[in-house]
Design a protein around this ligand. Structure first.
Ligand SMILES: Cc1cc2nc3c(=O)[nH]c(=O)nc-3n(C[C@H](O)[C@H](O)[C@H](O)COP(=O)(O)O)c2cc1C
Length: 168
């Protein structure tokens, strides 16, 4: 069994990857079998649909802004993402998102996300941080939420990337 359920949470086997590709706007162009299975959607319900179909309300907008800023600039990003399934379950992923480059034209033609099961230690750190960021967003929008993230990083004296990768 690659997917297990505990309450409202789904967890997937740590040796497996959830994979998707999107076009430049974030519409899903490919989803692997595990993506389809855990999401609760049929492949036809996912293809050509925006990736925010999985968006969970516990995710800060500031994380998605950071994600898009990074990949649109041609860079990669690691991020913890909590996703919501069709049947209102949730699952945490540790995502690695990269631009896909057409080698002939050297242009970005879409984006690629490979996700592993995050460590419980990582979730235990990220979940309360995201909660704080969401609360800040309600008052002061994305800039207030980004400030919470930046303050956390500067207190720990680490970059975003080092922070995210330290809880593997
Ligand atoms: C390759 C790629 C994979 C993404 N994967 C997810 C994902 O698994 N869950 C999610 O909520 N957003 C994902 N996003 C971000 C969404 O495009 C979107 O920014 C996010 O769901 C917030 O949606 P909203 O801006 O409409 O609120 C991904 C984006 C890209 C480029």
């Amino acid at each position: 069994m690659s997917i297990t359920q505990k309450g409202d949470e789904l967890r997937f086997d740590e040796n497996l990857f959830i994979v998707s590709k999107t076009d430049l706007k974030g519409k899903i162009t490919y989803a692997n079998d595990l993506f389809i299975e855990i999401s609760g959607y049929k492949e036809q319900e996912l293809l050509n649909i925006h990736h925010n179909i999985l968006r969970h309300p516990d995710m800060p907008k500031a994380i998605f802004k950071l994600l898009w800023d990074r990949v649109q600039a041609g860079n990669e990003i690691f991020a913890y993402v909590k996703n919501r399934t069709k049947n209102n379950f949730y699952y945490w992923v540790h995502a690695y998102i990269t631009p896909m480059i057409d080698t002939k034209t050297n242009r970005v033609i879409g984006y690629h996300s490979v996700r592993r099961a995050p460590s419980l230690k990582g979730i235990a750190v990220i979940e309360p941080l995201y909660q704080k960021m969401i609360n800040a967003e309600k008052q002061g929008g994305i800039s207030a939420s980004t400030a919470i993230l930046e303050n956390t990083l500067s207190q720990l004296k680490v970059s975003y990337d080092a922070f995210i990768l330290s809880y593997e």
